[in-house]
Design a protein around this ligand. Sequence first.
Ligand code: SF4
Length: 200
Amino acid sequence: MDDVIKDLKGCRLCADRFAATATQHSPNPIVWFQPGARLLIASQAPGMRVHQANTPFWDQSGKRLRDWLGLDETAFYDRSRVAIVPMAFCFPGYNAAGSDLPPPPICARTWRGRVMAGLKDIKLTILIGGYAQKYHLEAPGNVTETVASWRDHGPGVIPLPHPSWRNTAWLKKNSWFERDLLPVLRARVKKVMNDTDNAA
Ligand code: SF4
């Protein structure tokens, strides 16, 4: 795993792609995992604030996600227990409308298999957003369908919408999410974080 982390931190595969965006930024892979982690947060891609802070979910989305998971910052950023593995490790840039671009597919193609192979102790996988759900699930629907069917994925997987403020209207419209899913999510996360032998 040390080799993967070292190689990943040095990755510059998307340098030309990022240089062509409005922000003209350089690759900055946000690498936040180590062997032994039990909770996998499979996310989308860093935003600009995360790119600048070098810390995953160091933004408003992270605050909401930590609330959903029932974790404080100390637990959330404890790499011995939590692996945060996005579908792209670098900030992709903005589109013309000012939204984040999608994660470059080359990132998952190049890195995801190697990273996953090193995370052998994962007991609970949180799939955030459509890109991670498409990668990790066999037959995902759209995000609403996939999250609504959260009970069908077994005790080791829970799909979530992205915790972005852009999804606040979605949360209001789908009140079952906070009422039914979040209590189960928090209970499973708590168990995995506290139980080293028989998690989830
Ligand atoms: S997004 Fe992934 S493939 Fe592209 S430069 Fe960053 S680490 Fe490399």
